[in-house]
Design a protein around this ligand. Structure first.
Ligand code: C2E
Ligand code: MG
Ligand code: MG
Ligand code: MG
Length: 288
């Protein structure tokens, strides 16, 4: 309590803190307006199977089409949303838009899994499974396993029991889960066993340096084996080059996502990209 009072006093008397707090409030107002004016858009980054060449899915990644500052990546604004009263509304927008996009592609004859990033507070909301049910009913042509919810490994273990319950409720609906940024959250094997997730996403920091850094190479290798032991899928993030792809294949990791395959793109470019990807021979040659 004394600490609390101390913090308030500092905020009150320190002009730098006061300015910061004001900027924070302004940013939240802008973000609220951005939601209202539909300035948020989802970009999509392909997930491919390096061995077969198949396009398995697309991860939805949020962008803010800012009227003055141009297209902004989540690093510029997500931290303001998290923990604010906007968080759940924002999360609902992402969930709804991602699912509608999967249904739209399906209606064009393109069956894709869509990966949607979910924040902890959104997942743990009482009504989360209810929201999901409503959206799946709205698009009956979709099969629930086309939706893969990505949650941060660190988030999942923060409140393991609650996360597990939420995951089980959603899993009953048939949606899939992936543990994002896997390897950065210090989770133990016991945790992993308790979480009903289908896929581990190896954090890009390990993948990026795996060719030069033996420790990172071993971590990637370890996560791939872990996934095999626990019968989970595994995908590498941050696959930037052919050399990464062949190193991953050598370790038994077939699924990949990264700039070497494609950067995130607007939804309207996805169909064209798939056609191009299927015509590309260099990745095929890699796997022989
Ligand atoms: P993430 O879910 O781990 O997404 C992967 C991030 O790595 C994306 O950054 C992607 O553009 C970037 N990336 C992919 N391949 C490569 C590569 O080969 N090299 C490099 N250097 N980077 C690569 P982005 O779009 O800036 O997103 C950052 C994070 O923001 C995401 O990390 C995710 O945690 C969060 N995020 C993005 N969209 C949403 C959303 O709609 N909702 C929530 N709650 N979080 C989101
Ligand atoms: Mg993700
Ligand atoms: Mg990640
Ligand atoms: Mg990340």
């Amino acid at each position: 309590q004394a600490k609390e009072a101390g913090r308030n006093r500092i905020q009150w008397f320190d002009p730098a803190h006061e300015r910061e707090a004001q900027e924070h409030r302004m940013m939240l107002e802008q973000l609220e307006e951005a939601l209202r004016l539909q300035q948020f858009v989802l970009f999509y980054q392909p997930k491919v199977n390096l061995r077969s060449g198949a396009v398995v899915g697309m991860e939805a990644l949020i962008r803010w089409q800012h009227p003055q500052r141009g297209l902004l990546a989540p690093a510029a604004f997500l931290s303001f949303i998290e923990g604010s009263e906007l968080e759940n509304r924002f999360g609902q927008f992402v969930l709804q838009t991602g699912i509608a996009q999967a249904a739209d592609w399906l209606s064009q004859g393109i069956r894709l899994q869509v990966g949607i990033n979910i924040s902890a507070s959104h997942l743990l909301q009482e009504d989360f499974a209810g929201q999901l049910t409503g959206l799946l009913q709205q698009w009956p042509a979709l099969t629930p396993d086309q939706i893969e919810l990505e949650i941060l490994e660190s988030t999942a273990i923060q409140d393991l029991a609650a996360a597990r319950q939420a995951l089980l409720r959603c899993q009953a609906l048939g949606v899939r889960f992936a543990l994002d940024d896997f390897g950065t959250g210090y989770s133990s094997l016991t945790y992993l066993r308790q979480l009903p997730v289908h896929c581990l996403k190896i954090d890009q920091s390990f993948v990026r340096d795996m060719l030069e850094d033996p420790d990172d190479h071993n971590i990637v290798s370890g996560v791939v084996q872990l996934a095999q032991v626990f019968d989970r899928e595994v995908i590498a993030e941050g696959v930037e080059s052919m050399a990464h792809a062949s190193a991953l294949l050598a370790l038994g990791c077939e699924l990949a996502q990264g700039y070497g395959v494609a950067k995130p793109m607007p939804a309207a470019q996805v169909a064209g990209w798939i056609t191009q990807w299927q015509a590309r021979q260099d990745w095929r040659q890699l796997v022989g």
